[in-house]
Design a protein around this ligand. Structure first.
Ligand code: MN3
Length: 231
């Protein structure tokens, strides 16, 4: 019995130790989704979700870990730091850090259609104050997303002054970056790269933008809004 206990203790130490040392070499990791790949259908099809998460997002994570291994970035660097100091990063690191941050955010503010919920009273009031109504806000957000030439993102941010503003960014840039035209804390963000919608919507980006509201997780968005105001 004692031998067994010793062996299992040794095993427990081994099991505990290995992932920690492995983590040091690969400090960045792909977050799990809180829902299945098919949970957002028919708004976002399962194949798009799987490719987007397990291939596109994974590539940004791999590239960041490769940059750590190559000594281009420090193993202690956080994705938030890399994004905030985007102007100081090589293009590859800027794209990968932005891609990792943006997609992690994106997965957290979307979810199954039947769990979309409603914006908080505070957020709804702030949207009404700036855009007159939720419908007009959505139309303005969709127009900005449709008008983003090429690949990029459309955002609703809280600016330094605590105001809501819609903005877009190219490539994998985001409004937290020091290079952003308009800086702010993202509350809503939609990916308007073709890989986000092409399998279902082909070239119809506007239709994707319009349908996408059905998978927005308004509880998560409202939490982001409250946190942004508190910063
Ligand atoms: Mn994407």
């Amino acid at each position: 019995m004692k031998a067994f206990a010793t062996a299992s203790t040794a095993l427990a130490v081994l099991v505990f130790t290995l992932p920690v040392s492995a983590q040091d070499a690969t400090p960045f990791s792909l977050p799990d989704l809180a829902y299945d790949y098919d949970a957002l259908e028919p708004v976002i099809d399962a194949q798009t979700m799987e490719l987007h998460h397990s291939k596109h997002h994974q590539t940004f994570v791999d590239n960041l870990n490769n940059a750590v291994e190559a000594g281009t970035i420090s193993a202690d660097a956080t994705v938030e730091e890399l994004v905030a100091n985007a102007s100081a990063q090589p293009t590859g690191v800027r794209n990968s850090a932005g891609g990792h941050w943006n997609h992690t955010f994106f997965w957290e503010i979307i979810g199954p259609v039947d769990q979309s919920g409603e914006p908080s009273a505070d957020l709804a009031a702030a949207i009404d104050a700036v855009y007159d109504s939720m419908d007009e806000f959505k139309a303005a957000f969709e127009e900005a997303g449709a008008g983003r030439f090429g690949s990029g993102w459309v955002w609703l941010v809280v600016t330094d002054g605590g105001e809501l503003e819609i903005t877009t960014t190219p490539n994998q840039d985001n409004p937290l970056m020091d290079v952003a035209e308009l800086q702010g804390v993202p509350v809503i963000g939609n990916d308007v790269w073709e890989h986000a919608y092409y399998l279902t919507y082909n070239n119809r980006r506007a239709e994707y933008l319009s349908n996408w509201w059905d998978v927005v997780n308004w509880d998560a968005v409202s939490e982001r809004y409250a946190e942004a105001l508190a910063q």
